[in-house]
Design a protein around this ligand. Structure first.
Ligand code: ZN
Length: 461
């Protein structure tokens, strides 16, 4: 059904919805009680309205919410100084573009600042703060936080959005424990439903228990990290069993086409990619009609494409993804360089949604670096390596601990280490030249990040 976007009466209705969303997205107390369901339902009814709204209405919504966030940021000296330095006054904020004056921040901006200095006063003496910790495997653990009372509602709502977009009823399936999460080995945090890794002790038995659990619980949606998806699909193909999944949501890392196609074949359902991060939460969901294009959750985030200095680039031009949270009242985050590159697609999306459409140009970090200054995208190299060694390797991870070196960590399924090493190095050298030395490791224990995801490539920092 094609929706009329520019009908004035319809726009009036949408304007009301926009106001309602702006008001609803407030911190609520006791959201784990009855009000949690109320707010979640409200989101469920409102979000389908905002995602088809005229972009000018979305800007209005974003501006309303930004002002609220700035009111909080002004109470935090660290941010107040930056805002004053940029000459940004909340009262006179008439357009989102004014924010462009504020210099961007990155993870490094906070290295010498304690969390207490960044925390909104209202969260200082309350138990309302929930901490988000991001991966230690990249070598740079990072901690951020949000409002305990709203973070659950926010994530639940955006998970609902994915279900709705793929024709799955959140009413029927969203309220059951629909998240089956398969995390990497030796995860620090317990996952919602189950853990499985091919390198754990009794991996086969543990896998069978997991399949039984999924079948008995009739899980319909699988949330999984892309690296684990490939492992899981391979194992499932071997077992020749069928699972009841209707949708696989892969987030956390970039999903490569080969892994996705393979998993779709084995699992018999679509695999959809999401884009998010620990510090800002859900950012965007892949459009159901346009692969590799992501609709931004513009209700909760203001996304700009900028250069290093924070100057905004025109739509269609590739640059740094810069995010402003319109939601985080505990630890405001304004104009944050998340470390990814992309561009806003100016064309209208065939699905009819008016949420900004984002296309990626590769994670900034996911490059192999060479002493000569050259860089090579890991994923492109992996595309060649993966099919060649697919049957031989149970799991592998490539790390670049120093500029002159790559460490290949492997768990071989079978075969001779020496022969594998020489063939693997040969193939790798074909693509990256011989500038880097290659070292093989066969760890007995595999470390995962604190959020339980295992990275296939750990770049040089
Ligand atoms: Zn779309």
């Amino acid at each position: 059904m094609k929706r009329k976007i520019f009908n004035p009466t319809r726009n009036e209705k949408k304007r009301m919805v926009v106001r309602a969303v702006a008001e609803f997205l407030q911190p609520y107390r006791s959201l784990y009680g009855y009000r949690h369901e109320f707010v979640t339902n409200a989101y469920r009814n409102l979000l389908p309205e905002t995602e088809y709204a005229d972009p000018s209405l979305m800007h209005e919504l974003q501006l309303l919410r930004l002002k609220k966030i700035l009111r909080i940021a002004e109470t935090i000296p660290w941010w107040r100084d930056r805002l004053e330095g940029a000459g940004i006054q909340r009262e006179s904020l008439t357009a989102l573009s004014v924010l462009e004056r504020l210099p961007p921040v990155s993870k490094q901006s906070f290295t010498n600042t304690s969390r207490a200095e960044l925390l909104a006063p209202a969260f200082k003496d309350r138990e309302r703060l929930v901490l988000f910790r991001t991966s230690g495997t990249t070598g740079a653990p990072f901690e951020w936080g949000g409002d305990r009372n709203t973070s659950f509602v926010e994530s639940a709502s955006y998970f609902h959005r994915i279900l709705v977009w793929h024709g799955i009823s959140p009413k029927r399936d969203g309220r059951r424990p629909f998240i089956a999460s398969f995390t990497g080995p030796t995860t620090a945090q317990p996952s919602v439903a189950c853990n499985w890794s091919p390198v754990e002790t009794n991996a086969d038995q543990a896998f069978q228990n997991l399949l039984d659990q999924i079948t008995t619980g009739r899980y319909r949606v699988l949330y999984i990290y892309p690296t684990n998806l490939l492992l899981f699909a391979k194992k499932l193909a071997e077992s020749r069993q069928k699972l009841p999944f209707q949708l696989v949501v892969a987030g956390g890392q970039r999903l490569d086409d080969d892994s996705r196609e393979y998993a779709e074949k084995v699992l018999g359902c679509p695999v959809v990619a999401t884009y998010g991060s620990t510090e800002v939460g859900q950012i965007a969901i892949e459009c159901p009609k346009l692969r590799h294009h992501y609709h931004v959750h513009a209700e909760r985030l203001f996304l700009e494409i900028t250069d290093e200095q924070g100057r905004r680039l025109p739509d269609g031009e590739e640059g740094l993804i810069t995010l402003t949270s319109l939601e985080n009242r505990a630890l405001p985050l304004l104009r944050y360089h998340i470390g990814d590159r992309g561009r806003i697609v100016p064309e209208k999306c065939p699905c009819g949604r008016t949420l900004p459409l984002l296309a990626f140009s590769g994670k900034q970090m996911d490059f192999i670096r060479f002493p000569s200054g050259k860089i090579a995208p890991f994923r492109q190299i992996n595309r060649f390596l993966l099919p060649l060694f697919f049957d031989e390797i149970e799991f592998y991870q490539i790390m670049q601990p120093t500029l002159g070196q790559l460490v290949i960590r492997v768990k071989l399924r079978h075969g001779d280490k020496q022969s594998f090493e020489s063939r693997f190095s040969n193939e790798l050298y074909k693509h990256i030249g011989t500038e880097l030395s290659i070292i093989f490791e066969y760890p007995a224990l595999w470390g995962a990040g604190s959020e339980g995801k295992m990275r296939m490539f750990v770049p040089l920092l």
